[in-house]
Design a protein around this ligand. Sequence first.
Ligand code: ASC
Length: 150
Amino acid sequence: MTIRKTLWTTLALLAISLPAAAQFAKPDDAIKYRKSALFVMQQNFSRVAAMASGKAPFDPKVAAESAAVADYVSKLPWAAFTEGSDKGETKSKPEIWKEPAKFKEYSDKMQGEMAKLSAAAKSGNLDSIKTAVTATGGTCKTCHDAYRKE
Ligand code: ASC
């Protein structure tokens, strides 16, 4: 019974992780996919950031929805930094493929802060949102400084 359970869990995990690794027909598709995800994330994050900085009126419902989308979408780009997709229409630096552990550390950190931002936005507390926007934006910048060409 326990072995069966373990087997099913393993199969379920494989089913989740395999498509993420194998879903791109060509490197250009992977590049397009990660850029699209980062763009959708950035649009939603910026909407919340504008409210945090007072550039836009604070709308708690829109903030919570936007932060939740940014949080979810923040999980998507990373499966698309596939082998061979360092070449093409991309600002990704080759270091990403040379230092995968560090790149993962940065992307994990961003996802962690984005999750906290979503929680803060759900709470509706503008001060918590401001703190979380600053922390999240910092993780965007750290990774861009290291791994994005200008
Ligand atoms: C954004 C955006 C980024 C980050 C970064 C924060 O809205 O496009 O790359 O915030 O500028 O420092």
